[in-house]
Design a protein around this ligand. Structure first.
Ligand code: 5GP
Ligand code: ZN
Length: 115
């Protein structure tokens, strides 16, 4: 499935729900988290619906690499100069709330709300 009509992040990809976008290419979208845990908190997602890291295989390595590889540029553009965290929550025990794969990237001066 490349699009899930009930998925909130698929709706963001389709423009049906607004988001504060910071980056977009053919395969990947990045936008600000609606409830940031840190002064800068973005989510980088595949445009294609992938439920979670559980569903990722070797065929997705370029896509996952891209999600990681765009993040330094985006954080630099957002003024983060002192490091940041990448977090991926996976499944129920991994505390994943939105069931569309996403990479949290968080930075900026502490203290942060979480982490
Ligand atoms: P999870 O716990 O699944 O790893 O994180 C989901 C994240 O998505 C949360 O940090 C939450 O604030 C964010 N989020 C949930 N719904 C929306 C939304 O409609 N728009 C945006 N921009 N972020 C969302
Ligand atoms: Zn989705």
């Amino acid at each position: 499935m490349s699009h899930d009509a009930n998925c909130i992040f698929c709706k963001i990809v389709a423009g049906q729900i607004p988001s504060k976008k910071v980056y977009e290419d053919e395969d990947v979208l990045a936008f600000h988290d609606i409830h940031p845990w840190a002064p800068v908190h973005i989510l980088i997602i595949p445009k294609r619906h992938i439920t979670s890291m559980v569903d990722v295989g070797l065929e997705d390595q370029a896509l996952l690499g891209r999600m990681m590889a765009v993040s330094p540029r985006l954080m630099a553009e957002l003024g983060v100069t002192n490091g940041y965290r990448h977090v991926v929550n996976t499944g129920r025990d991994g505390m994943q709330e939105v069931m569309h794969l996403h990479l949290h990237v968080m930075g900026g001066p502490r203290p942060w709300a979480k982490g």
